[in-house]
Design a protein around this ligand. Sequence first.
Ligand code: SF4
Length: 328
Amino acid sequence: MSHALFENIYVEKNAASDAVTLRILERLGCSDPEYIVHYKDVFDLRKEGCASGRSLILARNPGKHLYEGAPVCQSFGNEHFYYSPGVMNCIYDCEYCFLKGMYPGRDICIFTDIEETFAEIEKLEKDFPVYVCASYNTDLNALESITGFVSEWCREALEHENISVELRTKCSRTDIYKNLPVSQRAIFAFTLSPDEVTERFEKGTPGLSERIGAVNAAMEAGFPVRLCFDPMIYFRNWEDSYTAMIDKVASSVDLSKVRDISIGSFRISDQYLKNMRKKFPESEVVQYPYVCVSGYYQYPDKVRIRMEDHIKGLIAGKCPGALIYDWR
Ligand code: SF4
């Protein structure tokens, strides 16, 4: 069965009667998915570039439902920082995305046992406040009309005082926020990029104006909003492009109402970058001569510091009291 977004829809037999599976199939208007024994029978076999489209796989998560955050991810001052691998892969196609080094192809696998994830977090929150990045391996907002997971995460945060959730996104949808359970523990984090970066390196993602529209919609609905100028990408005209972007953001968003701002230049684990360099020999962003520091590739200090200081200075100029988190 094909769908506008997916060339095939597969369902693991043991997930066939899960409520999430039935909901997603109904939303996609799919009554005849192909049944498989294990998601890896499809997900691990379809290599990048081998197939024209992407498939959707609905499966149970046989592994961990929560992982501790990686050192290059920002914890935003949260001591107990986790991420959830509830959906693997993204409908967008950013050239620099670490998922391209992590997963073999473009297929998206949605784990239907989200209740198991919530049960695990609820066990932890009895002992300490838990902060979870729910959109770590995907963009949940962009999949909301299919999964409904953004709504479930917001409800989880609303109902549990010790659970905070970050939903990071490049999605421009403005219609979802007014229907979500609002709380100060569900943080929408919007990655904002200059249009030149989006056009060159963030295939399929909305432009800056559209993302700003979503930022304002989330704030109007009462959600705390984080602006992420991360990852910053180096290219010939980076300085002018990032300056123009901050001018535009400052003139269209009330920065005094933004919860906080995250900045960071591109960095990636050495193994993911090695995988990506084999797959994408022509990619400017993947083949850049990064330096490896403690297992992570990043821009040489001279470039990195200049970029990060530049954007910090711009933000401080527009919003002197802004709470800025730096990935270092
Ligand atoms: S939106 Fe995020 S998760 Fe999706 S491809 Fe781009 S960088 Fe990766």
